[in-house]
Write a protein that binds this ligand. Structure first.
Ligand SMILES: [Zn+2]
Length: 275
């Protein structure tokens, strides 16, 4: 086949046109590709921005679910350990509740005062802590309570309405001395007078030995708080309870780690009643 110059010229022009069309098409496709890339980038950004609030919400939910409170309570002070306990609490900037008994020494009075001044709660654990005396009659218990109340008022300017029964509300001693219905009668009377009583739902077991092993105290508390939103933790504050003081920093660290915040007990706070 012989092509004329004219024919070749035509086919050249056709090819040139096709070429320019393809170049245009290529440019168009490149533009589309660029647009898709941009779209992809903005989608990625959107995905990232969506991920962040989800993560934050998750944390919020976790925090709400973990809204846990620990009430550290110390019975039987003042003692040589009270100052050490107060120093630990001060270091951690947390507040606790002290169910104290009566002691007229100047040192003790200063301790009552320091407890109140540093924002802790003072609770009434009776003046004498003498089971035979306090559980012999409702009047006897009330008088003992009022005697401590007067002392705390004088020393610290506080008349606590929160109380803890020596031995707790389910103590055996009161049944022996006052009879079966005694505690119910006593509780009614105290409530009529505006007092609220507190037992506990976690024990440190620091009263199960004269000086309990530090590791047992730590383990008892940490096992005891498991699954509890509110934990009223029982400790003792008297001279031989040196390991209670030693265990305290580790217990506080571990409770913080578990998401607990620390509060003091009050007439309107969470409470535990054993009866
Ligand atoms: Zn006690």
């Amino acid at each position: 086949m012989i092509q004329t110059y004219q024919e070749l010229q035509q086919s050249y022009e056709t090819l040139e046109t096709e070429k320019s069309q393809m170049v245009q098409e290529k440019e168009q496709l490149e533009k589309e590709l660029e647009a898709l890339k941009n779209e992809n980038d903005s989608y990625q950004k959107e995905i990232e921005s969506l991920k962040t609030p989800i993560a934050q919400n998750k944390n919020d939910t976790k925090t709400a679910a973990q809204n846990k409170t620990a009430y550290l309570t110390f019975d039987d002070g003042p003692s040589p350990n009270t100052i050490k306990i107060l120093d630990v609490l001060k270091k951690y900037d947390i507040k606790a509740t002290f169910f104290v008994i009566g002691s007229e020494t100047e040192t003790s009075k200063k301790i009552y005062k320091r407890i109140a001044e540093e924002g802790h709660a003072l609770g009434n654990h009776t003046y004498s802590h003498n089971y035979n005396k306090i559980y012999s009659s409702v009047e006897s218990y009330m008088e003992d309570t009022w005697k401590l109340e007067a002392l705390l008022d004088e020393a610290a300017g506080v008349k606590p309405k929160i109380i803890r029964f020596p031995g707790g509300s389910k103590n055996q001693a009161s049944t022996r001395t006052g009879g079966k219905g005694f505690m119910a009668e006593l509780i009614t009377r105290l409530q009529e007078e505006g007092y609220q009583y507190f037992d506990w739902n976690v024990t440190s077991k620091d009263a199960s030995a004269v000086t309990q092993e530090k590791e047992i105290i730590i383990r008892s508390v940490l096992e005891g708080v498991q699954g509890k939103k509110d934990a009223i933790i029982l400790f003792h504050d008297n001279a031989p309870k040196t390991t209670t003081v030693e265990a305290l920093p580790e217990i506080i660290d571990a409770l913080k780690e578990k998401g607990y915040k620390f509060e003091v007990l009050s007439e309107s706070s969470y409470y535990v009643h054993h009866r």
